[in-house]
Design a protein around this ligand. Structure first.
Ligand code: PA5
Length: 445
Protein backbone atom coordinates (compact mmCIF):
# COMPACT_ATOMS: atom_id res chain seq x y z
CA UNK A 1 0.00 0.00 0.00
CA UNK A 2 1.66 3.24 -1.13
CA UNK A 3 -0.44 5.64 0.94
CA UNK A 4 -2.66 5.22 3.98
CA UNK A 5 -4.88 7.68 5.83
CA UNK A 6 -4.65 7.15 9.57
CA UNK A 7 -7.64 8.68 11.35
CA UNK A 8 -6.86 7.71 14.96
CA UNK A 9 -6.14 11.29 15.90
CA UNK A 10 -9.31 12.73 14.41
CA UNK A 11 -11.82 10.49 16.17
CA UNK A 12 -12.55 12.96 18.98
CA UNK A 13 -13.38 15.68 16.48
CA UNK A 14 -15.34 14.05 13.62
CA UNK A 15 -17.91 11.27 13.96
CA UNK A 16 -18.53 8.44 11.47
CA UNK A 17 -22.01 9.83 10.98
CA UNK A 18 -20.65 13.21 9.93
CA UNK A 19 -18.44 11.47 7.39
CA UNK A 20 -21.33 9.38 6.05
CA UNK A 21 -23.43 12.52 5.72
CA UNK A 22 -20.84 13.93 3.31
CA UNK A 23 -21.33 11.07 0.84
CA UNK A 24 -24.07 12.72 -1.31
CA UNK A 25 -22.02 15.93 -1.64
CA UNK A 26 -18.92 13.91 -2.48
CA UNK A 27 -20.86 11.95 -5.14
CA UNK A 28 -21.93 15.21 -6.76
CA UNK A 29 -18.43 16.72 -6.60
CA UNK A 30 -17.00 13.49 -8.07
CA UNK A 31 -19.53 13.49 -10.91
CA UNK A 32 -18.61 17.11 -11.70
CA UNK A 33 -15.00 16.03 -12.11
CA UNK A 34 -15.50 12.86 -14.17
CA UNK A 35 -18.24 14.37 -16.32
CA UNK A 36 -16.12 17.52 -16.76
CA UNK A 37 -18.90 19.80 -15.49
CA UNK A 38 -16.88 21.20 -12.56
CA UNK A 39 -16.30 24.97 -12.55
CA UNK A 40 -13.10 25.51 -14.52
CA UNK A 41 -13.61 22.19 -16.30
CA UNK A 42 -11.38 23.39 -19.16
CA UNK A 43 -8.50 22.76 -16.76
CA UNK A 44 -9.01 19.11 -15.90
CA UNK A 45 -6.26 17.79 -18.18
CA UNK A 46 -4.08 16.85 -15.17
CA UNK A 47 -6.59 14.13 -14.25
CA UNK A 48 -5.55 11.86 -17.12
CA UNK A 49 -1.92 12.99 -17.47
CA UNK A 50 -0.40 9.95 -15.72
CA UNK A 51 -1.76 7.66 -18.45
CA UNK A 52 -2.43 10.00 -21.36
CA UNK A 53 0.76 12.04 -21.53
CA UNK A 54 2.51 12.83 -24.79
CA UNK A 55 5.00 9.94 -25.18
CA UNK A 56 7.03 11.72 -27.86
CA UNK A 57 7.48 14.77 -25.67
CA UNK A 58 8.33 12.56 -22.69
CA UNK A 59 11.15 11.02 -24.75
CA UNK A 60 12.27 14.51 -25.86
CA UNK A 61 12.39 15.59 -22.20
CA UNK A 62 14.73 12.70 -21.40
CA UNK A 63 16.94 13.55 -24.38
CA UNK A 64 17.08 17.23 -23.43
CA UNK A 65 17.89 16.28 -19.83
CA UNK A 66 20.86 14.17 -21.03
CA UNK A 67 22.09 17.03 -23.19
CA UNK A 68 21.81 19.47 -20.28
CA UNK A 69 23.58 17.05 -17.93
CA UNK A 70 26.48 16.80 -20.38
CA UNK A 71 26.81 20.46 -21.25
CA UNK A 72 26.58 22.44 -18.03
CA UNK A 73 27.71 22.76 -14.42
CA UNK A 74 24.74 24.93 -13.50
CA UNK A 75 21.16 24.55 -14.71
CA UNK A 76 18.91 27.50 -13.96
CA UNK A 77 15.16 26.94 -13.82
CA UNK A 78 13.32 30.21 -14.35
CA UNK A 79 9.67 30.30 -13.29
CA UNK A 80 7.31 31.29 -10.50
CA UNK A 81 4.38 29.66 -8.66
CA UNK A 82 3.23 26.52 -10.42
CA UNK A 83 6.03 26.96 -12.93
CA UNK A 84 8.75 26.04 -10.42
CA UNK A 85 7.38 24.75 -7.11
CA UNK A 86 6.62 21.21 -8.31
CA UNK A 87 10.08 20.62 -9.77
CA UNK A 88 11.80 22.02 -6.71
CA UNK A 89 9.60 19.98 -4.36
CA UNK A 90 10.29 16.72 -6.21
CA UNK A 91 14.05 17.30 -6.52
CA UNK A 92 14.41 18.10 -2.81
CA UNK A 93 12.17 15.20 -1.78
CA UNK A 94 13.82 12.56 -3.96
CA UNK A 95 17.39 13.85 -3.95
CA UNK A 96 18.00 16.23 -1.08
CA UNK A 97 17.59 19.83 0.03
CA UNK A 98 21.41 19.68 -0.22
CA UNK A 99 21.22 18.37 -3.80
CA UNK A 100 23.53 21.12 -5.08
CA UNK A 101 26.21 20.15 -2.57
CA UNK A 102 25.83 16.43 -3.15
CA UNK A 103 25.32 16.23 -6.94
CA UNK A 104 28.26 14.49 -8.62
CA UNK A 105 27.25 13.51 -12.17
CA UNK A 106 24.42 15.97 -12.67
CA UNK A 107 24.46 19.79 -12.81
CA UNK A 108 23.71 21.97 -9.84
CA UNK A 109 20.15 23.27 -10.17
CA UNK A 110 19.15 26.78 -9.10
CA UNK A 111 15.73 28.37 -9.29
CA UNK A 112 15.38 31.96 -10.45
CA UNK A 113 12.58 34.30 -11.51
CA UNK A 114 10.51 33.35 -8.46
CA UNK A 115 11.03 36.71 -6.75
CA UNK A 116 12.00 40.25 -7.67
CA UNK A 117 15.06 40.18 -5.46
CA UNK A 118 18.08 41.99 -6.82
CA UNK A 119 20.40 40.36 -4.29
CA UNK A 120 19.18 36.86 -5.18
CA UNK A 121 19.93 37.65 -8.83
CA UNK A 122 23.34 39.11 -8.06
CA UNK A 123 24.30 36.07 -6.00
CA UNK A 124 23.21 33.63 -8.68
CA UNK A 125 25.10 35.57 -11.37
CA UNK A 126 28.19 35.38 -9.16
CA UNK A 127 27.76 31.61 -8.86
CA UNK A 128 27.64 31.32 -12.65
CA UNK A 129 31.04 32.97 -13.13
CA UNK A 130 33.45 30.57 -14.77
CA UNK A 131 30.78 27.86 -15.01
CA UNK A 132 28.94 26.34 -17.95
CA UNK A 133 25.28 27.26 -17.74
CA UNK A 134 22.00 26.09 -19.30
CA UNK A 135 18.60 27.59 -18.60
CA UNK A 136 14.98 26.45 -18.76
CA UNK A 137 12.48 29.29 -18.75
CA UNK A 138 9.01 28.10 -17.78
CA UNK A 139 5.94 30.29 -18.17
CA UNK A 140 2.58 29.18 -19.46
CA UNK A 141 1.41 32.73 -20.17
CA UNK A 142 4.87 33.87 -21.21
CA UNK A 143 4.15 37.29 -19.76
CA UNK A 144 4.78 36.89 -16.03
CA UNK A 145 7.06 39.70 -14.88
CA UNK A 146 9.36 37.84 -12.47
CA UNK A 147 10.49 35.07 -14.85
CA UNK A 148 10.52 37.47 -17.82
CA UNK A 149 13.00 39.75 -16.03
CA UNK A 150 15.20 36.78 -15.05
CA UNK A 151 15.05 35.38 -18.60
CA UNK A 152 16.29 38.68 -20.04
CA UNK A 153 19.26 38.63 -17.69
CA UNK A 154 20.26 34.99 -18.20
CA UNK A 155 19.68 35.13 -21.95
CA UNK A 156 22.08 38.08 -22.11
CA UNK A 157 24.57 36.19 -19.99
CA UNK A 158 24.45 33.14 -22.27
CA UNK A 159 24.63 35.20 -25.46
CA UNK A 160 27.65 37.09 -24.17
CA UNK A 161 29.33 33.90 -23.04
CA UNK A 162 28.56 31.58 -25.94
CA UNK A 163 27.34 33.85 -28.77
CA UNK A 164 23.83 33.60 -30.25
CA UNK A 165 24.48 30.17 -31.78
CA UNK A 166 25.97 28.67 -28.64
CA UNK A 167 23.27 30.16 -26.42
CA UNK A 168 20.58 28.58 -28.61
CA UNK A 169 21.84 25.12 -27.58
CA UNK A 170 21.57 26.05 -23.90
CA UNK A 171 18.15 27.68 -23.70
CA UNK A 172 15.08 25.49 -23.20
CA UNK A 173 11.62 27.01 -23.14
CA UNK A 174 8.51 25.48 -21.57
CA UNK A 175 5.37 27.38 -22.47
CA UNK A 176 2.00 27.28 -24.17
CA UNK A 177 1.75 24.95 -27.18
CA UNK A 178 0.92 27.57 -29.75
CA UNK A 179 0.07 30.95 -28.30
CA UNK A 180 1.89 33.67 -26.49
CA UNK A 181 4.87 35.92 -26.81
CA UNK A 182 7.33 33.43 -25.32
CA UNK A 183 6.34 30.70 -27.79
CA UNK A 184 6.68 33.09 -30.74
CA UNK A 185 10.02 34.34 -29.49
CA UNK A 186 11.35 30.82 -28.84
CA UNK A 187 10.32 29.65 -32.30
CA UNK A 188 11.96 32.64 -33.96
CA UNK A 189 15.15 32.23 -31.95
CA UNK A 190 15.25 28.47 -32.54
CA UNK A 191 15.15 27.40 -28.86
CA UNK A 192 13.94 23.90 -28.05
CA UNK A 193 10.43 24.17 -26.63
CA UNK A 194 8.28 22.01 -24.37
CA UNK A 195 4.57 22.26 -23.80
CA UNK A 196 2.38 23.29 -20.90
CA UNK A 197 -0.88 21.66 -22.07
CA UNK A 198 -3.82 24.03 -22.57
CA UNK A 199 -5.98 22.14 -20.10
CA UNK A 200 -3.43 22.01 -17.25
CA UNK A 201 -3.06 25.05 -14.98
CA UNK A 202 0.30 26.01 -13.47
CA UNK A 203 -0.17 24.52 -10.01
CA UNK A 204 -1.37 21.21 -11.49
CA UNK A 205 1.51 21.00 -13.97
CA UNK A 206 4.25 19.14 -12.08
CA UNK A 207 3.75 16.01 -14.20
CA UNK A 208 4.12 17.91 -17.49
CA UNK A 209 7.37 19.23 -18.99
CA UNK A 210 7.10 22.06 -16.44
CA UNK A 211 8.19 19.72 -13.68
CA UNK A 212 9.58 16.77 -15.62
CA UNK A 213 12.48 18.45 -17.44
CA UNK A 214 14.18 19.88 -14.32
CA UNK A 215 13.38 16.69 -12.40
CA UNK A 216 14.96 14.56 -15.14
CA UNK A 217 18.05 16.81 -15.14
CA UNK A 218 18.50 16.04 -11.43
CA UNK A 219 18.68 12.33 -12.33
CA UNK A 220 15.41 11.44 -10.58
CA UNK A 221 13.32 8.70 -12.14
CA UNK A 222 10.47 10.38 -14.06
CA UNK A 223 9.09 7.04 -15.29
CA UNK A 224 8.57 5.89 -11.71
CA UNK A 225 7.04 9.26 -10.81
CA UNK A 226 4.46 8.87 -13.59
CA UNK A 227 3.80 5.24 -12.64
CA UNK A 228 3.11 6.27 -9.05
CA UNK A 229 0.70 8.95 -10.25
CA UNK A 230 -1.01 6.40 -12.52
CA UNK A 231 -1.39 4.07 -9.55
CA UNK A 232 -3.12 6.88 -7.60
CA UNK A 233 -5.35 7.72 -10.56
CA UNK A 234 -6.53 4.11 -10.67
CA UNK A 235 -6.92 3.89 -6.88
CA UNK A 236 -9.26 6.87 -6.43
CA UNK A 237 -12.02 6.30 -8.97
CA UNK A 238 -14.74 5.01 -6.62
CA UNK A 239 -16.42 7.92 -4.81
CA UNK A 240 -17.33 5.80 -1.78
CA UNK A 241 -15.85 7.38 1.35
CA UNK A 242 -15.37 3.88 2.73
CA UNK A 243 -12.94 3.07 -0.08
CA UNK A 244 -11.48 6.31 -1.37
CA UNK A 245 -8.97 7.88 1.06
CA UNK A 246 -8.35 10.81 -1.25
CA UNK A 247 -11.99 11.83 -1.17
CA UNK A 248 -12.09 11.02 2.54
CA UNK A 249 -9.24 13.50 3.08
CA UNK A 250 -11.20 16.15 1.14
CA UNK A 251 -14.40 15.36 3.06
CA UNK A 252 -12.70 15.45 6.46
CA UNK A 253 -11.06 18.81 5.83
CA UNK A 254 -14.42 20.16 4.67
CA UNK A 255 -16.11 18.95 7.88
CA UNK A 256 -13.33 20.46 9.99
CA UNK A 257 -13.55 23.75 8.08
CA UNK A 258 -17.26 23.98 8.80
CA UNK A 259 -16.44 23.44 12.49
CA UNK A 260 -14.24 26.53 12.49
CA UNK A 261 -10.91 24.83 11.74
CA UNK A 262 -9.98 27.38 9.11
CA UNK A 263 -6.23 26.70 9.03
CA UNK A 264 -4.70 23.43 7.90
CA UNK A 265 -1.08 22.85 8.76
CA UNK A 266 0.78 20.30 6.66
CA UNK A 267 3.35 18.89 9.06
CA UNK A 268 6.39 17.06 7.76
CA UNK A 269 9.07 15.43 9.88
CA UNK A 270 11.86 15.58 7.30
CA UNK A 271 13.68 18.66 5.93
CA UNK A 272 13.37 17.14 2.44
CA UNK A 273 9.60 17.72 2.69
CA UNK A 274 9.88 21.49 3.07
CA UNK A 275 9.44 22.37 -0.59
CA UNK A 276 6.74 19.73 -0.99
CA UNK A 277 4.85 21.67 1.68
CA UNK A 278 5.42 24.88 -0.31
CA UNK A 279 4.02 23.18 -3.45
CA UNK A 280 1.01 21.93 -1.44
CA UNK A 281 0.39 25.40 0.01
CA UNK A 282 0.21 26.93 -3.44
CA UNK A 283 -1.99 24.11 -4.73
CA UNK A 284 -4.56 24.44 -1.96
CA UNK A 285 -4.24 28.17 -1.26
CA UNK A 286 -4.60 29.31 -4.86
CA UNK A 287 -7.29 26.73 -5.63
CA UNK A 288 -9.55 27.25 -2.61
CA UNK A 289 -8.92 30.74 -1.27
CA UNK A 290 -11.52 32.77 -3.12
CA UNK A 291 -15.02 34.23 -2.83
CA UNK A 292 -14.13 34.99 0.84
CA UNK A 293 -13.83 31.27 1.55
CA UNK A 294 -11.21 28.61 1.95
CA UNK A 295 -8.93 26.87 4.44
CA UNK A 296 -5.66 28.75 4.97
CA UNK A 297 -2.83 26.31 4.14
CA UNK A 298 0.21 26.56 6.38
CA UNK A 299 3.14 24.20 6.93
CA UNK A 300 5.76 23.18 9.44
CA UNK A 301 8.71 20.84 9.54
CA UNK A 302 8.97 19.06 12.88
CA UNK A 303 10.78 18.62 15.14
CA UNK A 304 12.46 21.88 14.01
CA UNK A 305 9.26 23.91 14.27
CA UNK A 306 8.20 22.29 17.54
CA UNK A 307 10.78 24.69 18.93
CA UNK A 308 9.20 27.70 17.20
CA UNK A 309 5.53 27.20 16.28
CA UNK A 310 4.92 24.21 18.57
CA UNK A 311 3.77 26.44 21.40
CA UNK A 312 1.09 28.08 19.23
CA UNK A 313 -0.16 24.78 17.86
CA UNK A 314 -0.37 23.26 21.34
CA UNK A 315 -1.95 26.23 23.06
CA UNK A 316 -2.96 29.05 20.72
CA UNK A 317 -6.20 29.89 18.93
CA UNK A 318 -8.11 26.62 18.30
CA UNK A 319 -8.88 27.19 14.61
CA UNK A 320 -6.28 24.75 13.31
CA UNK A 321 -5.99 21.15 12.26
CA UNK A 322 -2.91 19.30 11.11
CA UNK A 323 -2.27 16.89 8.28
CA UNK A 324 0.85 14.98 9.20
CA UNK A 325 3.03 13.50 6.50
CA UNK A 326 4.75 10.37 7.74
CA UNK A 327 7.27 8.62 5.45
CA UNK A 328 7.37 5.07 6.82
CA UNK A 329 10.77 4.13 5.38
CA UNK A 330 12.90 7.12 4.55
CA UNK A 331 15.78 4.81 3.63
CA UNK A 332 18.24 6.27 6.11
CA UNK A 333 19.51 4.40 9.16
CA UNK A 334 21.98 6.57 11.07
CA UNK A 335 22.50 5.28 14.61
CA UNK A 336 23.02 7.27 17.80
CA UNK A 337 26.42 6.39 19.31
CA UNK A 338 27.15 5.35 22.91
CA UNK A 339 28.89 8.01 25.02
CA UNK A 340 30.88 6.42 27.89
CA UNK A 341 30.57 9.64 29.92
CA UNK A 342 26.83 9.90 29.17
CA UNK A 343 27.15 13.69 29.48
CA UNK A 344 23.68 14.39 28.07
CA UNK A 345 22.03 11.43 29.84
CA UNK A 346 20.94 9.99 26.48
CA UNK A 347 22.63 6.59 26.63
CA UNK A 348 19.20 4.98 26.76
CA UNK A 349 19.11 5.90 23.04
CA UNK A 350 22.51 4.38 22.17
CA UNK A 351 22.25 2.07 19.19
CA UNK A 352 18.81 3.36 18.26
CA UNK A 353 18.37 5.00 14.85
CA UNK A 354 17.63 8.71 14.48
CA UNK A 355 14.55 7.67 12.44
CA UNK A 356 13.24 5.72 15.43
CA UNK A 357 13.56 8.81 17.63
CA UNK A 358 11.91 10.95 14.91
CA UNK A 359 8.98 8.50 14.66
CA UNK A 360 8.63 8.56 18.43
CA UNK A 361 8.70 12.37 18.45
CA UNK A 362 5.88 12.25 15.91
CA UNK A 363 3.78 9.92 18.04
CA UNK A 364 4.36 12.02 21.15
CA UNK A 365 3.41 15.17 19.25
CA UNK A 366 0.26 13.59 17.83
CA UNK A 367 -0.93 12.76 21.36
CA UNK A 368 0.08 16.19 22.70
CA UNK A 369 -1.61 18.16 19.92
CA UNK A 370 -4.72 15.99 20.18
CA UNK A 371 -4.83 16.68 23.91
CA UNK A 372 -4.45 20.37 23.07
CA UNK A 373 -7.59 20.22 20.91
CA UNK A 374 -5.98 19.94 17.46
CA UNK A 375 -7.42 17.29 15.10
CA UNK A 376 -4.65 15.40 13.28
CA UNK A 377 -4.95 13.47 10.06
CA UNK A 378 -1.94 11.29 9.28
CA UNK A 379 -0.90 10.47 5.73
CA UNK A 380 1.41 7.46 5.82
CA UNK A 381 3.59 7.24 2.72
CA UNK A 382 5.37 3.92 2.22
CA UNK A 383 8.78 5.33 1.35
CA UNK A 384 10.77 8.13 -0.23
CA UNK A 385 10.70 6.68 -3.77
CA UNK A 386 9.71 8.43 -6.99
CA UNK A 387 6.80 5.98 -7.29
CA UNK A 388 5.41 6.89 -3.87
CA UNK A 389 5.91 10.60 -4.45
CA UNK A 390 4.10 10.41 -7.80
CA UNK A 391 1.19 8.77 -5.99
CA UNK A 392 1.17 11.48 -3.31
CA UNK A 393 1.28 14.34 -5.83
CA UNK A 394 -1.74 12.98 -7.66
CA UNK A 395 -3.52 12.31 -4.34
CA UNK A 396 -3.11 15.98 -3.36
CA UNK A 397 -4.17 17.27 -6.79
CA UNK A 398 -7.33 15.16 -6.87
CA UNK A 399 -8.10 15.92 -3.22
CA UNK A 400 -7.73 19.61 -3.98
CA UNK A 401 -10.07 19.52 -6.98
CA UNK A 402 -12.72 17.62 -5.00
CA UNK A 403 -12.28 19.96 -2.02
CA UNK A 404 -12.80 22.99 -4.24
CA UNK A 405 -16.00 21.49 -5.59
CA UNK A 406 -17.21 20.69 -2.05
CA UNK A 407 -16.49 24.28 -1.07
CA UNK A 408 -18.36 25.64 -4.08
CA UNK A 409 -15.46 27.52 -5.65
CA UNK A 410 -13.72 27.19 -9.00
CA UNK A 411 -10.46 25.46 -7.98
CA UNK A 412 -8.77 26.19 -11.30
CA UNK A 413 -8.71 29.98 -11.53
CA UNK A 414 -6.75 32.57 -9.56
CA UNK A 415 -8.42 35.94 -10.11
CA UNK A 416 -6.97 37.36 -6.89
CA UNK A 417 -3.39 37.10 -8.15
CA UNK A 418 -4.05 39.93 -10.63
CA UNK A 419 -4.65 42.63 -7.99
CA UNK A 420 -0.99 43.17 -7.03
CA UNK A 421 0.13 42.95 -10.64
CA UNK A 422 -2.21 45.75 -11.74
CA UNK A 423 -1.03 48.01 -8.92
CA UNK A 424 2.62 47.19 -9.61
CA UNK A 425 2.28 47.93 -13.32
CA UNK A 426 0.42 51.18 -12.58
CA UNK A 427 3.08 52.32 -10.10
CA UNK A 428 5.88 51.33 -12.51
CA UNK A 429 4.27 53.52 -15.19
CA UNK A 430 3.16 50.85 -17.69
CA UNK A 431 1.10 52.31 -20.54
CA UNK A 432 -2.63 51.84 -20.08
CA UNK A 433 -2.54 52.05 -16.27
CA UNK A 434 -2.48 55.87 -15.94
CA UNK A 435 -5.83 56.23 -14.13
CA UNK A 436 -4.95 53.52 -11.63
CA UNK A 437 -1.57 55.15 -11.00
CA UNK A 438 -3.22 58.50 -10.23
CA UNK A 439 -5.68 56.82 -7.89
CA UNK A 440 -2.92 54.95 -5.99
CA UNK A 441 -0.77 58.06 -5.73
CA UNK A 442 -3.73 59.97 -4.28
CA UNK A 443 -4.16 57.22 -1.67
CA UNK A 444 -0.51 57.53 -0.67
CA UNK A 445 -0.92 61.23 0.28
O1 PA5 B 1 -0.96 28.02 -10.66
C1 PA5 B 1 -0.84 28.98 -11.40
O2 PA5 B 1 -1.51 29.08 -12.46
C2 PA5 B 1 0.14 30.08 -11.12
O3 PA5 B 1 0.82 29.88 -9.94
C3 PA5 B 1 1.18 30.19 -12.23
O4 PA5 B 1 1.87 28.97 -12.32
C4 PA5 B 1 2.15 31.33 -11.96
O5 PA5 B 1 1.45 32.52 -11.77
C5 PA5 B 1 3.11 31.48 -13.13
O6 PA5 B 1 2.41 31.71 -14.32
P1 PA5 B 1 3.08 31.52 -15.73
O7 PA5 B 1 3.47 30.09 -15.87
O8 PA5 B 1 2.05 31.92 -16.72
O9 PA5 B 1 4.29 32.42 -15.75
Amino acid sequence: MTLKLNEKFIRDFVSSEEIQNMQPMVNTAHRMLVERTSPGSDFLGWMDLPVAYDRAEFAAIKEAAKKIQKSCDIFIVIGIGGSYLGARAVIEFLKSPLYNNLAKDTPQIYFSGNSISSSAMEELLALCEGKDVCINVISKSGTTTEPAVAFRIFRNLLEQKYGAEGARERIFVTTDRARGTLKNFADQAGFETFVVPDDVGGRFSVLTAVGLLPIAVSGADIDALMQGAAEARAAYTDPSLEKNICYRYAALRNILYRKGKTTEILAGYEPYELMLCEWWKQLYGESEGKDNRGIFPASVIFSTDLHSLGQYIQDGLRNIFETVLSVKDSGSHVEIPEDPANIDGLNFLSGKTISYVNDTAMLGTLFAHNDGGVPNLVLELADRSAHSLGHLLYFFELGCALSGNLLGVNPFNQPGVEAYKKNMFALLGKAGYEAQKAELEARMQ
